[in-house]
Design a protein around this ligand. Structure first.
Ligand SMILES: [Zn+2]
Length: 149
């Protein structure tokens, strides 16, 4: 039997969050946090809505997941993110000691890898799941934003 709860399944859920951000005029980045095939936290970028530069999807989902688990470490959790985390979020993920992250699109300028940030040694990384879909949404957002100005 095929397990329907694979990386693609959960990345689709993260993409739904990114679309929710897009609808609000936010840079479309979405996240879900999963433990034992169950989503325990989700979030999308809200920096404009909240006037808060730290309101990245990952930051909110880390807080929500820790609150759900009743502990600060995200042991046995996987975070699905539609875009490579930035330095700030990678730093927060480091502190969370999360077991695994999966991200869709690369961020060649603001991504943590470009900026030499290390994740926690316990954290596994998978990349490129639904990369095309996630990049297309981001590109659409920036093209439309440019045309408005
Ligand atoms: Zn970030």
């Amino acid at each position: 039997m095929i397990n329907p709860y694979d990386d693609t399944y959960f990345m689709r859920k993260a993409l739904e969050e990114a679309e929710a951000a897009y609808e609000k005029g936010e840079i479309p980045v979405g996240v879900v946090v999963v433990i034992n095939d169950r989503i325990i936290a989700k979030g999308h970028n809200l920096t404009e809505t909240l006037n808060d530069v730290t309101a990245h999807a990952e930051m909110q989902a880390i807080t929500a997941a820790a609150s759900f688990l009743g502990g600060k470490y995200l042991k046995d959790c996987t975070m699905y993110i539609t875009l490579e985390p930035c330095q700030m979020c990678a730093g927060a993920l480091y502190w969370s000691q999360i077991s695994k992250i999966v991200f869709a699109a690369e961020d060649s300028t603001r991504g943590y890898r470009k900026n030499g940030v290390q994740l926690h040694p316990k954290t596994k990384v998978t990349t490129g799941i639904l990369e095309e879909e996630a990049s297309t949404l981001l590109k659409r957002f920036f093209i439309e934003k440019r045309n408005l100005n």
